[in-house]
Design a protein around this ligand. Structure first.
Ligand code: CU
Length: 182
């Protein structure tokens, strides 16, 4: 009975590690943006009440960021957004002038990989000057050591369970209350 429990625990750990490695491996496992307010390229008649980003899977609450810039690349707002499962949002600043704006966002997807992107939009009408290219550089470079955090947590968990199993062994030789009928 106990051997099979230990065996099951080891099997479970092995499965968790295998699943974790497979899961963290492919780059296409990152969370993807599936919708936003404002949308990329939108020309809004009025400013939205909030900036909302919707992803295809839950977002981890690890240093999310939404930065709003105007057409001169000046930062208008840089607040820590709220995460509600797959939706990351932050209030939109009131009283902004018509023109072009850009949003740079960065979140950590459920698989531990950071993802980021750029959304350009305009309120009223696009600015006559084109936005600076600065935010575009933030795009694409999503590589980082963060997946190792998940791998590290998984191995720490395995070591912890293994440690518990080892620690529990000596107690098997001492009589336990539920063994009085053997
Ligand atoms: Cu990923």
């Amino acid at each position: 009975m106990r051997v099979s429990l230990v065996g099951r625990a080891i099997m479970a750990c092995a499965c968790v590690v295998a699943a974790c490695c497979l899961w963290a491996g492919p780059a296409n496992a990152h969370s993807a943006l599936i919708g936003s307010t404002p949308e990329e390229g939108a020309v809004l008649t009025t400013a939205p009440g909030s900036i909302e980003l919707e992803f295809n899977e839950n977002i981890l609450n690890i240093a999310p960021a939404i930065v709003l810039r105007d057409d001169t690349d000046t930062v208008i707002s840089r607040k820590t957004p709220t995460i509600d499962r797959t939706v990351v949002s932050t209030p939109f600043p009131a009283g902004l002038a018509d023109g072009s704006y850009s949003i740079v966002w960065r979140v950590v997807s459920e698989d531990g990989h950071p993802v980021q992107g750029l959304i350009r939009f305009a309120i009223g009408h696009p600015s006559t000057t084109t936005p600076a290219e600065g935010p575009a550089k933030a795009r694409g470079d999503a590589s980082s050591g963060v997946p190792w955090l998940a791998v590290g947590i998984a191995f720490a968990g395995v070591l912890g369970v293994a440690g518990l199993l080892v620690l529990r062994r000596p107690t098997h030789s001492t009589p336990e209350p539920d063994r009085r009928n053997t």
